[in-house]
Design a protein around this ligand. Structure first.
Ligand SMILES: [Zn+2]
Length: 316
């Protein structure tokens, strides 16, 4: 089995950051806030966050804030709860949450909750359990969960639980690993994991591992490195991570690296991107791969950052 090409991945992330104005970046412009989170979280997990200028990043993030309190994907873009969480997560990485007007951000996120407890992603109204997770994660990091109706939010998520133990995006929606992580993460943060049938869901999740060792998101689909995160973090939160073959999953992720130019792809021999590089490294972190910092499965932030938020500045 190969080894993690950590330094190459750091170089790759930094090179993408430098190529801000190329064609690919223009296409991805609206996703830049998410890209910043994927890239910077990767650097932090690999112990190289200090390779970027935190002042530059923080000042750019604050320029993406809308007067409603929410953040856009880039300067001048409409706000969305997903970009808002990414902005908060990046500020948390740099220990810069104090630059935020917490009431303003909190007011924006809480305003997206509907009467039935669900959340929409922006003021246009599409409802999805992903947005429930994002809102709960964001308000928890800001220590303002009390600004939303947690009980109703949990009730709505539980109403999206299926017979197979998984969760869909709305009641009756098909189970999908990405959606399951969101629902399990939201229930974990709100102390509501007792609503889950852990054995039933654990069985569905561990069946996502295919012959190559990789994980897929639904039955009959191809394995994909990003599901190392969605599936494994869910399994960890319900204490069933030992139901998959960890060595084979490590090999699948390592086989998906570009060991020459850095970066990780969705599966071996495909083109690399920042998204899969982050989820590959995050997956290896959950698998306790040497040299990668530990990541928290519910908050998707390094454990030391989560400890700093909730328990003060005791660790570095
Ligand atoms: Zn993927």
């Amino acid at each position: 089995m190969g080894e993690l090409a950590g330094n190459k991945h750091v170089e790759y992330i930094l090179s993408v950051e430098r190529r801000k104005d190329d064609f690919h970046s223009v296409l991805m412009e609206h996703l830049r806030m998410n890209g910043a989170y994927w890239g910077l979280a990767t650097l932090d997990l690999l112990g190289k966050l200090d390779a970027v200028d935190s002042e530059d990043v923080v000042s750019w993030i604050m320029k993406c804030q809308h007067e409603s309190g929410g953040f856009g994907g880039n300067i001048g873009h409409d706000p969305h709860v997903h970009y808002t969480l990414s902005a908060v997560q990046v500020l948390a990485l740099f220990d810069k949450l104090d630059v935020l007007d917490i009431n303003k951000v909190t007011g924006y996120v809480a305003s997206l909750q509907k009467e039935d407890g669900s959340f929409s992603g922006d003021t246009w109204g599409e409802v999805d359990t992903r947005f429930s997770y994002i809102a709960i994660c964001c308000l928890s990091i800001l220590k303002r969960l009390d600004s939303m109706d947690v009980e109703k939010a949990v009730k709505y998520i539980v109403s999206c639980k299926n017979m197979d133990g998984g969760f869909g995006c709305t009641p009756g929606g098909e189970s999908h690993a990405g959606q399951i992580l969101c629902c399990v993460g939201a229930l974990a943060i709100t102390g509501s994991l007792h609503h889950i049938d852990k054995d039933l869901l654990g069985w569905w999740l561990c069946e996502r591992q295919v012959k190559s060792g990789g994980l897929n998101g639904r039955p009959e689909k191809l394995p994909d490195v990003c599901y190392s995160w969605w599936v494994l973090s869910s399994l960890i939160m319900i204490d069933r991570a030992h139901w998959i073959d960890k060595e084979k999953l490590i090999k699948f992720i390592l086989d998906s690296q570009d060991t020459e130019n850095g970066g990780i792809s969705d599966r071996p021999d495909d083109a690399v991107d920042v998204y899969h590089t982050y989820f590959g490294v995050a997956g290896l972190s959950l698998l306790e791969y040497p040299g990668v910092k530990a990541i928290d499965p519910a908050y998707a932030l390094p454990v030391n950052v989560v400890e700093r938020i909730f328990f003060g500045r005791c660790s570095t």
